[in-house]
Design a protein around this ligand. Structure first.
Ligand code: G3H
Ligand code: 13P
Ligand code: ZN
Length: 342
């Protein structure tokens, strides 16, 4: 099965009323962890690579690993998505390489931290939509800004500083034609999202409900959706790590989001925590080991476990075989027809 369009996966998720995790990768072990979790839970898959991931891996390696995934797991529909494209050029290079979906994050300037103007955001996003849709490639835009700077994507304050304005979201979708819309409803990237235990109101759910009411047919995306589980933090700290006390987004709140139009849920930090804890454990308990497989294998297994759990919790489990993938060329024809009728 070839890599497929994200639009199709999200359309199907909307019909079925479930969400799909979008998991970040940088190397072979992470791709394998996601694919094994997908096979175990029979889930469709969104794999995403940031600019940093593309630079780290030399993105041709990453791309060919993804092609290998389509050969080894032919029963699973797989999307390869550019996470946080910072400019039309980044998105264009991803499309040239064969990514089937791109995020143009024009909510920030190309530096990835300065909030941009609405006009700038519309301009760069519209440019990417035109190029991408002509090839059947999906586009995610963002309106409002997430918090956090530790991983280089975010406006630097907490997740409440630049919440999405629902009317602006409507205007943005109409002016750009994006397939999916990332919104800011209180989350931020990285491990240090909240300094206190959640009270049940971590997400600004009223705002989400209003956005979904105004844009019922747009697939909403939640970034910064790691739950930062205490047990994964504890493993890291037990074996010499120094994480400060922190809380992530509770899964039950993500599920409330899914019940109100969230279809794509971005998770990276939980995978990082799982792998790092497993590696630290091997290093602490078996200091005589020096074969990388002795720690990468448990790391891959730990990441697979947390992802399989999220796939089940988000509701995508069991849906891998529900539909036949639509070729990108057919998606391009559909977009062309939509443009004519608008
Ligand atoms: O949103 C950011 C993702 O966690 C990717 O982070 O740029 O460090 O690869 P990265
Ligand atoms: P986390 O840092 O919460 O895993 O968020 C990842 C993300 O939003 C990637 O775009
Ligand atoms: Zn993000």
């Amino acid at each position: 099965m070839a890599l497929v369009s994200m639009r199709q996966l999200l359309d199907e998720a909307a019909k079925g009323g479930y969400g799909i995790g979008a998991f970040n990768v940088n190397n072979m072990e992470q791709i394998q962890a996601i694919m094994e979790a997908a096979r175990e839970t029979n889930s469709p898959v969104i794999v995403q690579a940031s600019r940093g991931a593309r630079a780290y891996s030399n993105d041709r390696f990453l791309y060919h690993l993804m092609l290998a995934a389509t050969e080894v797991y032919p029963e699973i529909p797989i999307v390869l998505h550019q996470d946080h494209g910072n400019s039309p050029e980044t998105c264009k290079s991803a499309i040239e390489m064969g990514f089937t979906s791109v995020m143009m994050d024009g909510s920030l300037m190309a530096d990835g931290k300065t909030p941009s103007s609405f006009q700038y955001n519309v301009k760069v996003t519209r440019e990417v939509v035109e190029i991408a849709h002509a090839r059947g490639v999906t586009v995610e835009g963002e309106i409002g800004c997430l918090g956090g700077v530790e991983d280089g994507h975010g406006a630097g304050l907490d997740g409440l500083a630049h919440l999405t304005d629902p009317d602006e979201a409507v205007e943005f979708v109409h002016q750009t034609g994006v397939d999916a819309l990332a919104i800011a409803i209180g989350t931020s990237h990285g491990a240090y999202k909240f300094t206190q235990a959640p009270t049940g109101e971590t997400l600004k759910i009223e705002r989400l409900i209003e956005i979904h009411r105004k844009l019922p047919n747009v697939h909403l995306v939640m970034h910064g959706s790691s739950s930062v589980p205490k047990d994964l933090q504890d493993i890291i700290n037990r074996y010499g790590g120094k994480l400060k006390p922190t809380w992530g987004v509770p899964v039950e709140e993500i599920q409330r989001g899914i019940n109100n139009g969230v279809r794509k849920i971005n998770v990276d930090t939980d995978s990082r925590l799982a792998m790092t804890g497993a590696i630290r454990k091997v290093f602490a308990e078996h200091p005589e080991e020096f074969d990388p497989r002795s720690y990468l294998k448990p790391a891959r297994e730990a990441m697979k476990k947390v992802i399989a759990q999220r796939m089940t919790e988000f509701g995508q489990a069991g849906h891998a075989g529900d539909y036949r993938p639509i070729p990108l060329a057919e998606m391009a024809k559909r977009y062309a027809r939509e443009t004519v009728t608008v």
